[in-house]
Structures are given as C-alpha cells and as structure tokens.
Design a binder for this molecule. Sequence first.
Ligand code: ATP
Ligand code: MG
Length: 448
Amino acid sequence: MIIDIPSQVNKALEILSAAGFEAYVVGGAVRDALMGRPVNDWDITTSALPQETEKLFEDYRVIETGIKHGTVTVIIDGEHIEITTFRIDGDYSDNRRPDSVEFTREVTLDLSRRDFTCNAIAYSPLKGFVDPFGGIEDINNKIVRCVGEADRRFNEDGLRILRALRFSLTLGFTLDSETAAAIHRNRGLLANISSERIVSELCKMLPFADAEFLDEYSDVIFEIIPELKAEKGCAQNHERHIYDVWYHSCKAAEYSPPDAEIRLAMLLHDIGKPSCKSTDENGVDHFYSHAHAGAGITRGIMNRLKVSNRMKNRVIALVEYHGFMPEQFSDKTMRKYIGTLGTEIMEDLFAVREADIRAQNPAFAEEALGQNEAGRKRYEEIISRENCFGIKDLAINGADLIAMGIPEGTVLGRILNTLFDDVISDRIPNEKTALAERAKELYNNGNS
Ligand code: ATP
Ligand code: MG
C-alpha cells in the first residue's frame, strides 16, 4: 500500500531525508488518504529540530508558525506545509495544553502523544507506514480509539472529548466502547476548555449528528448547555407530540438541513418549554409563549459561548420565530416580517418549521407540511412582486423630506413610519411623487 503524495510535499520529505533526518507525513493526511478522502493539509513530522529545518529550507519561504512547539511552515510552489519536530508533551496541569514540550528523535514517541489511533500513523515513501497503535486496522474497522489509556488522554486535554465525537461523526466511525465510556466519565473536563474551541467543534459535528447520537451523548451536550437538561423527561401530553421535549429537539435537529447554526437552533428551539409548561383540566400540556422565553434563554447561552454576533442573532431569531405561521399572515404582516427579519432568516424559518413538524406526531405531518409550503409560496410571491419591506426601501428618504422643508426630528420619523405603513397596506404606491404628496399632507395636517 502506498500513499499518493503531492510533489511539493514529496520535495520537503526528500530534502529532510537527504540531510539524514527522518521525515513522514502524519495525522489527518495519512488517515484521509488511507480512506480515499480528499486531504486538506499535509503535515510532516521529522527528527530535524526546528532550527535544522529552517536551515534546510533556506531557499524557500519559511514561517515560524509555532516555533516553540517545534512547528515551522514552509511554502513550496504555493503549498503551505507544516513541518513539526518529533515531540513528547510534558504534563498537562490545565487539562488542555502541555506545560512544556520536549523534542525527540523517535517517531514512535511522537505518535504516542497523538489523540486517536487513526491520527497516529506516519508514512514515508522510503520507510512505509509507522503504525504502532493499530491505526490502520482501526481505520479499516471504522473505529475511533484513544491512543493509550482513554481516561488519561482526556484528562490531559478535555478538547479530545469533542474531537472524538467529531471524528466519529464526520468519518462515519463508531467509538470504541472504552473510549466512549471514558467520554461519559470525563465530560466534566469540558469546563476547562475555551468556549471558542467548544463552539468550533460543535459546529463541525452538528451537521452530521442524528437524534440517536445527540441523545446518546446528551450528558456531554448538557455539560456545554446545562439549560437543556430540563427538557429531558419533560413530557408533552398533546396530540401533536410523541416525544418528550428533549428527544423532539434531537429529532428536529436531525431533520433540519446540514447547517450547524440551524441545527443548534433546533436543539434549542423549545428550550423555553420546561418553564412555560401548564396542564389543563383534561391533562393536556400547553407551553404558552415558550418561543419568546426560549429566545431569552438562548441569548444567555450564545453570550456565554461567545459566538459571533451574526451567529448569535441568527440562532436567537430562529428560536424566537420557530412557531410562526406565515400562511396566515396578511400581505402587510408578511412584508413587515421580511423587513424585520430579512430574507435569509425568513428562508431558514421555513426549514426550521419543516424540521419541527417532522419531529412531531406523523399523523399531522402531511397537513402541517402543506401549510408550511403554502406559507413559503406566499412569501416567494411577495418577494417577487413587492419591493418595500422596510423604511429603507421607501422610494423617498429623510433627506428628501428635509429638502421639502420638513424639519429633522421625531415628526419626520413619524412621517416616514406612516408612509411605510401606507405602502405596505397598499394605500399608496411606493413612488416618489405619491410619497412626497402624502408626506406634505401629513406634515400640514400635523397628523403625522
Ligand atoms: P482535520 O481533518 O480536522 O484537520 P486532523 O487529524 O488533521 O483532522 P488537526 O486538528 O489538524 O486534525 O491535527 C493534526 C494532528 O495533530 C491530528 O491528526 C493528531 O495526530 C494531532 N492532534 C491534533 N490535536 C490534538 C490533540 N488535541 N491531542 C492530541 N493530538 C492532537
Ligand atoms: Mg488537519
């Protein structure tokens, strides 16, 4: 078995071995190449010390990417190749990063610090595979397994808990039973991991996660989002539902498009339900105003997880409006929604509602999906027909009104609001002359 290595990477391997050093491609590149998947980054591991590598690649552009940890990047014919010295990690007192790293001339020692057997294989055209932990066999059997003792490896670096789940999902591997058990046992270590890294792993895995997986690792998810815990066992005694709030949310995430933010929103969409639950005299459960309550809880979660503003606003909006029924909107209301939420969120919301419906009692699905499609159709009609969804879309603006002699201030603001309301209620067309006329009338009547 050989691996087809790009010429630039081969060149780097040759330069290192010609100088008497050992050099291999390693990690994700070997794993992905063995699986016949496209390789993103070709990383090289070598016995050469960083200074030795820098010297050998003098004629190329070299970046000291992580010189302290032994990594330099060389650029050969436009290809960025990370070359890292064989190293052993020191103690991990913070459950995340080694206190120190020590360089070594032994490739096996370098492989032993790596997280999973499938990521701990080295390969060179000269020496073939170095696979001391049975990585090739685990790849063939599609298994994610820690290198060495799982508890110890997760204790060194808690992020590996999420990396294990992510690799299992993205590669389609099962988790070795001991590795899986250690994930459950050590989930508390996620408290030591920065939110940025947690969110980044979460976003990589969610597009691949189905309900069964989300439920199996609910304890890990609750470690990151404890607010979700109350959903588990929160019954929904209602003809529309067949699952508790938690499993319904897992199903809704599974049924939504493979977009991490939409899936996170689905996982959170009913997070307001436990606190809004009431049971009527017939024993039927209701969850009045849960979407609004949920949006508030979601805001707190997004702030804690330090997600980007864009992601935060999108997830909150999808939770807040997940229950909207645009097929029942008047044209005016539809235009207001489009103006407030924007077309991207509007379109997401149809996908959200579809996933929500499919995660409910299938007896009602056909009818409800039909209603959703009717709403989508009406939305699309309005988008193709109309052009005014907000004050900024009016054919007249504040400067125009000021030029007409209306003073800047609250009156002008109110006039613009009235003009917008007139336009979306189809009382006047969105045309400059008609709007100017109407503005004058409003101003003169003091009736703005
Ligand atoms: P991806 O396709 O996500 O890039 P990858 O396997 O290349 O997968 P990287 O995060 O790029 O993953 O890391 C490169 C290699 O470094 C891994 O294959 C693994 O051998 C090692 N590694 C990375 N992060 C860790 C970690 N937290 N603990 C131990 N080894 C790690
Ligand atoms: Mg990589």
